[in-house]
Design a protein around this ligand. Structure first.
Ligand SMILES: [Cu+2]
Length: 146
């Protein structure tokens, strides 16, 4: 009696993070930014192809916003169940990101919701998406000129 039926458990797993994101003030599902796979970039070791979209386009200084990253494997299949961590900063200034962005929900089709993105000054930034999955560890460094 204490185990959820598998289908119900899957449904809860899929909806709870999204509900949390909405409570945190994120955009409704229909408004999530949509990465364009045609713009995908290959990770350092060639294990993944990642495209991303920012809810702020262009990105504005000092505004917390969300990104969506779409992660495909080298064959173009969506990568599910990956652990994504976000690092980065301004290499020229020797400081990191002012926030600790996190991947908070899986949106399907290899897409991951990233909350807490913020840049607090103009200049050359670097955002690093670190991906761990059964396919292996790899990272993509995204240069941004803000
Ligand atoms: Cu700086």
């Amino acid at each position: 009696m204490n185990a959820l039926p598998p289908l119900l458990f899957l449904a809860l797993s899929a909806t709870l993070p999204a509900a949390g994101a909405l409570a945190a003030g994120a955009l409704a599902a229909e408004a999530w930014p949509t990465p364009n796979p045609d713009n995908a970039q290959v990770t350092e070791l060639g294990r993944y192809r990642i495209s991303y979209a920012s809810a702020l386009e262009p990105i504005e200084i000092n505004r917390i916003h969300i990104w969506v990253a779409q992660v495909m494997d080298a064959d173009g299949n969506p990568v599910e169940g990956a652990a994504i961590s976000i690092t980065g900063g301004m290499p020229d200034h020797d400081h990191g990101l002012p926030t600790a962005p996190r991947a908070t929900a899986y949106l399907g089709e290899g897409r991951y919701l990233i909350e807490g993105m913020k840049f607090h000054m103009g200049g050359a930034w670097e955002v690093v998406l670190n991906v761990k999955s059964g396919t292996g560890d790899d990272a993509l460094s995204i240069p941004l000129d803000l």
